[in-house]
Design a protein around this ligand. Structure first.
Ligand code: ADP
Length: 185
């Protein structure tokens, strides 16, 4: 019989283009493959629905994270593993998520700004650097890096697979998912 693990809130924070969504998608696939109950909350999709009324001022960014925290709280306390991928630039808002959710794990996707600009996945850095896009994190808006994250992922020097492996290994160590050995027998 499948073992019922505790829920958790795995929170990926970092600059735009750092790799949060890419890691979250791969992580979701890997967790679904071992039969975990998973929900993924992503900045871009949440902003198209739950928080579409909000902009990018500090107040609105805080509200965005507050609402996501509420959803993650309900899910994680009911045994679901919640994978959250949000720039979430403010330390206070992330600390609040830590206090309110079950088994909060802060993952700092630590990709240097220069690398994110180089990747420019959505072409947004180009616009921000040209002054066409205001309040862009890392350019003309702050990013407060985590001080004591549970995990730091340095995507610049590794593949997506390797980044995700680090996170899975951590979840195993915390016994929030079954160990790899247990999965293969
Ligand atoms: P974010 O969600 O943080 O804005 P994205 O996931 O949309 O960032 O984009 C990250 C980009 O970096 C993707 O094009 C991805 O293929 C690339 N990338 C390279 N190495 C990694 C890695 N180790 N982990 C995650 N993304 C990586």
């Amino acid at each position: 019989m499948a073992q019922r693990n505790d829920g958790f809130t795995l929170w990926l924070t970092g600059l735009s283009g750092a790799g949060k969504t890419t890691i979250a998608l791969e992580l979701e696939q890997r967790l679904l493959a071992i039969g975990q109950r998973i929900e993924r909350l992503d900045g871009d999709t949440v902003r198209e629905g739950l928080t579409r009324d909000l902009g990018f001022s500090k107040e609105d960014r805080d509200k965005n994270i507050e609402r996501v925290t509420f959803v993650a709280k309900l899910l994680s306390r009911n045994g679901v593993g919640v994978v959250c991928s949000f720039i979430s630039p403010y330390r206070d808002a992330r600390d609040k998520a830590r206090r309110e959710t079950t088994n909060f794990i802060e993952v700092f996707v630590d990709t240097p700004l220069e690398v994110c600009i180089e990747r420019d996945v959505k072409g947004l850095y180009q616009k921000a650097l040209a002054g066409e896009l205001k309040q862009f994190t890392g350019i003309d808006d702050p990013y407060e890096a985590p001080e004591q994250p549970e995990l730091v992922i340095r995507t610049a020097g590794e593949t997506v697979q390797e980044s995700v492996d680090h996170i899975l290994a951590y979840l195993e160590r915390r016994e929030l998912i079954p160990t790899a050995t247990a999965v293969t027998i």
